[in-house]
Design a protein around this ligand. Sequence first.
Ligand SMILES: [Zn+2]
Length: 345
Amino acid sequence: MRAVTRPVFPFSAIVGQDDMKLALICAAVDPTIGGVLVLGDRGTGKSTAIRALAALLPPMRAIVGCRYACDPAESDAWCTECRQRSEQGALKDRAIPVPVVDMPLGVTEDRVVGALDLERALSQGVKAFEPGLLARANRGFLYIDEVNLLEDHLVDLLIDVAASGENLVEREGLSVRHPARFVLIGSGNPEEGELRPQLLDRFGLSVDIKTPTLLADRVEVIKRRDEFERGKAAFVAKWKKSDDALRRRIVAARKRLADMPTPDAVLESTAKLCMQLGTDGLRAELTLMRAARALASFEQSVAVEETHLRRVATSALRHRLRRDPLDDSGSGARVERAIQAALGP
Ligand SMILES: [Zn+2]
């Protein structure tokens, strides 16, 4: 598990990559948007950004002694153990950092979903459950680098759990159900393997990132990275003010979200745009609307406007387009054209 005290590269110090930063912020403001898929070259700071975001978020309250970090304020989502213990007396809670759990390639299903605790089974004859990565990711982020290389059975499993918010383990005489709500963050290089449409659909937003092409940006990236490596604590301190300000904005946006008006005209534009692109099902529309609302909240607008919609449309829709054999322009360009056609210039 991530050491709490290890300095993390500050989110505010990341040079450029505005699409990725905006998508991550939207997902942090409203986790129901779904995860974020980051596609692009190696070494563009994908995993740095996700760690930076988690470190930026305010600590969360969690029930003491719970292996799934249940939220004391949400008794509906408690695990069986918290429910049982709450009947015996009030539960204590404490602040913990938002978890970021890495799912390495080649990981076994046991490690992901959890398994029988063999040591206790052998030494004490007790059938106890040893939680897996899904348990640790509850209420945080599950990060999969090279998600396109993930084995199919794990992909299916993740699709199920991400949809239900619960991990159900029935094996070796165990029957365990525990909360597993997380924001899925995937990164990968599309040239190294296709992603199945069912998994693509699980990601709320997708962004393409590239190595910066401007000389000045590249110099700045090296400068900051070098400064961070040579004196982590000092570098983090230098950016603390900016990160604190960003944290306050995210916290305020979360509060504002519930009351953020979404006018019918914006919903109509959302539907028009999805019709223009021929996206399947309601998920595209819902995600687009939620992302626009998260952005409007983050920018302290009085209501969601069409401009918010336009700015998140590419991230929310690009990965949902069916391949068009007659159109080999990039999916980002297709969304851009659809915006023009459906909503005007
Ligand atoms: Zn619990």
